[in-house]
Write a protein that binds this ligand. Sequence first.
Ligand code: NAI
Length: 265
Amino acid sequence: MITGNQHAGQKRVALVTGGARGIGFGVARQLARDNFDLAICGVRDPSDAAPALAELRQLGAEALYVQADISDTAARRKLRQAVREKFGRLHVLVNNAGVAPKIRADILEATEESFEWVLKVNLQGPYFLTQQCARWMIEQKKAGPDWRGCVVNISSVSATVASVNRGEYCISKAGVAMATRLWAARLGEFDIPVYEIRPGIIRTDMTGGVQANYDKLIAEGLLVQARWGMAEEVGKAAAMLARGDLSYSTGQVLMVDGGLALQRL
Ligand code: NAI
């Protein structure tokens, strides 16, 4: 098995969780265009991911789909193992997979069950997947200093903007913000940058159910750029980081939010 570095002509490999649809697919597509091979995972059946895989292959990437729930310890291990068996190398981890609460409930009413589920998927999953991948990345870096990679966390404007009808989501994303800082601090000695992207209102399946709400808020002036964001706009931001264009900026937060978090008077 190849444990370490890129052999001549080999592409760099990125693992994008939740990479078969929405923002994750936007990221995976852009990385394929930027000459990465791709591993993507999701909870859906492989047959559902087949069109996404076909598109990534059409863009020139070798592409692997692993059905794995990132909130599950054994599944995370299986995921890393599958990437290792297929590619023998990993350069970029994009922690994108995430969920919104099934019911948007006022924090005076919301349940512990929803809190635990959202925190497990959105925070515990990526935190420990980063731990696993970081160990492998360090191993590769030690095997050959030419190896270079990074971790990109997709959090949300909800890391700082309070929505009282989905407190568990906001707390999970605030946790991802701290996880970014922690991993950036820990992986600095290996020159492995860790970044956070905070998207605003992006048109995907996740926001499909609340489209009318957001249309109204956008029309009322919520954003500086008065339109929905697109998955490929987050994809381009992630690809810039994965390529290494901001290689001396570990721990940075990149807003992709049309100015949602820009305070105005
Ligand atoms: P989506 O619902 O369209 O896609 C989510 C993807 O994650 C799917 O591929 C799904 O299979 C995967 N996934 C869900 N739970 C999983 C689990 N337990 N294990 C493995 N994979 C799992 O969502 P969308 O909108 O593309 O969101 C992607 C990320 O971006 C999420 O972390 C979300 O919180 C974040 N985000 C989305 C915004 C939006 O407006 N759509 C805004 C800000 C952040």
